[in-house]
Design a binder for this molecule. Structure first.
Ligand code: HEC
Ligand code: HEC
Ligand code: HEC
Ligand code: HEC
Length: 416
């Protein structure tokens, strides 16, 4: 870096910095500064940016520190080979320095890094951060790239996982076989809970238990969302009972199952349900074979004729789409992360970590630690709040598969 710029940076200390970013793997693009993030809102303490302004001599000294203290785990290349050890090559310099300070202060608890850095001087931390930041980043993990492509869209994944269900439940969950329930018009949570209940034997049905026993939690969730997003229609199956008589009897059910069998609460919708399944379910509640506190009393006093009439009435009602939020794809979630972490996780802010091509076995536990609040970052805990382990696993694979780019920072004071 030319001495004149360095001298200015020192002179203006905490001046606001506009960052000109040069992606190492691309040609120098004069127009790129337009895409650089806005200058930080608060003045940045110059001390925190020392690693950004390091000279080649500083970097050489940093390499000596690394050889003495870091290379057994992070390698001289900064590309770690051991599980759970992050790649730090090409990582952003001010972030590396800030992290080293956190470990040194013992604010990450009983961490292998604490003992390594506790006796190093501040100057050594700045230089070793500058050294690792100056290196070429790790290549993306090829295995991660393959995995990322196959798991990105939860609704598409749900459709694929539900392919074996349509033989009985009909295409897109609209039943064509008497005795097989419609799966459309039902709340996603009800479908998921019912499937889990078959799986753990709480809802007794040998065949359904076998059919769903191999499904993972994520597959069940994706299948349920897939069915809840399908356009509902009545089951294409016959109903024998008397609809008019059924309508009168259904007055007792509307409080829980809604007007016309379109539920707005936790009870399942009944509109458009297959009549034979409906009758089987009512009889199961009656005998207690299907145990449910809410349904025990309503079912107890009904004879076969009333059940058939109710079944015919509900089968004739038009089902409505349940309220369901289409879950974001991994790509859509990542768009939000990229607002801070840069395009495909290539941060352009020297204080925000790059996460492209990072090891999956580092990214996953780190994200879980933020979610739990074990590793402190208000922004990160807020971002990951409510995400499942699967969401986190998919984000980790997503970023591990991205190409990492190193950057060179050229500080330019905004005003003399
Ligand atoms: C005994 C093995 C070991 C040694 C030696 C070691 N590290 Fe680490 N380092 C780790 C592990 C494991 C982690 C992940 C810890 C965590 O999850 O917080 C880590 C994390 C880091 C991080 C945080 C990276 C990030 O993306 O947040 C930095 C920076 C770092 N090390 C730099 C260094 C430097 C510089 C040295 C030498 C002064 C060094 N390490 C020596 C094992 C080691
Ligand atoms: C061989 C036929 C068959 C296949 C294949 C099948 N099911 Fe079923 N399913 C049934 C029958 C029969 C019932 C009614 C069981 C009962 O009486 O509890 C049922 C009930 C259900 C219910 C409860 C519906 C309600 O309204 O409470 C859900 C949810 C369900 N199945 C989901 C699935 C999923 C998901 C798959 C695919 C992984 C699947 N089923 C595959 C036959 C099948
Ligand atoms: C106090 C609230 C309540 C009332 C009143 C009630 N239900 Fe239910 N019903 C439920 C709940 C909750 C479930 C889900 C139970 C389960 O998971 O097995 C249910 C389930 C059902 C099912 C099974 C649906 C399926 O997809 O598997 C049928 C059929 C049914 N009710 C019919 C009726 C009829 C007919 C009446 C009126 C005679 C009635 N219910 C009254 C709460 C109620
Ligand atoms: C508002 C800005 C912001 C957003 C949005 C954001 N992050 Fe972060 N992220 C940060 C900052 C700042 C840190 C460093 C915090 C620290 O010092 O521990 C960080 C740290 C991380 C780390 C640890 C990196 C390492 O090397 O240790 C990972 C992994 C991560 N973020 C992933 C994500 C993912 C995935 C998302 C989207 C779900 C996301 N971030 C959204 C600002 C953000």
């Amino acid at each position: 870096m030319p001495d004149s710029i360095l001298a200015k940076v020192r002179r203006w200390g905490a001046a606001r910095l506009a960052l000109l970013v040069w992606l190492a793997s691309a040609a120098v693009m004069p127009g790129l500064s337009a895409a650089a993030p806005p200058a930080p809102a608060q003045p940045v303490a110059a001390a925190d940016l020392r690693a950004v302004f390091a000279t080649p001599q500083d970097i050489a000294e940093g390499k000596r520190v690394a050889l003495a203290s870091c290379t057994s785990c992070h390698a001289v290349t900064g590309i770690a080979l051991a599980r759970g050890t992050p790649h730090i090559a090409g990582q952003r310099p001010a972030y590396l320095y800030a992290e080293l300070r956190v470990y040194q202060a013992g604010r990450r608890g009983n961490n292998p890094m604490h003992n390594v850095v506790k006796f190093l001087s501040d100057d050594a931390l700045v230089k070793v951060a500058a050294y690792y930041a100056s290196l070429d980043p790790a290549p993306p993990a090829p295995a991660a790239a393959k995995k990322a492509a196959s798991k990105a869209d939860p609704v598409a994944a749900g459709e694929a996982a539900a392919s074996g269900c349509s033989g009985c439940h009909g295409d897109n969950g609209i039943s064509e076989t008497p005795g097989m329930p419609n799966l459309v018009g039902l709340d996603a949570k009800y479908i998921a809970d019912a499937t889990v209940a078959y799986k753990n034997g709480q809802r007794k049905h040998g065949m359904m238990k076998t059919l769903v026993s191999a499904l993972s939690e994520a597959e069940i969730r994706n299948i349920s969302v897939f069915y809840a997003l399908q356009k509902p229609a009545k089951a294409k199956t016959p109903a024998e009972g008397n609809k008019e008589a059924g309508k009168a009897a259904a007055a007792a059910c509307a409080g829980c199952h809604g007007q016309g069998g379109v539920s707005t609460g936790t009870a399942p919708s009944l509109a458009g349900q297959d009549a034979q399944y409906f009758a089987t379910a009512m009889n199961a509640y009656k005998t207690g074979a299907r145990a449910d506190a809410a349904m025990k009393a309503p079912a107890a006093s009904l004879d076969d004729k009333v059940i058939k009439d109710l079944a015919a009435y509900y089968a004739d009602q038009a089902p409505q789409p349940p309220r369901v939020k289409k879950p974001m794809t991994t790509e859509e979630i990542a768009d939000r992360c990229n607002r801070c972490h840069g395009v495909d996780g290539n941060s352009t802010d020297p204080r925000t970590p790059a996460i492209a091509a990072q090891r999956v076995d580092y990214l996953e536990p780190v994200m879980r630690a933020y979610r739990k609040g074990e590793r402190k970052s208000t922004a990160m805990t807020a971002m990951l709040d409510g995400m499942s382990d699967e969401d986190i696993a998919e984000l980790a694979v997503h970023y591990a598969s991205k190409k990492a780019r190193s950057v060179v920072y050229v500080p330019v004071p905004t005003k003399p």
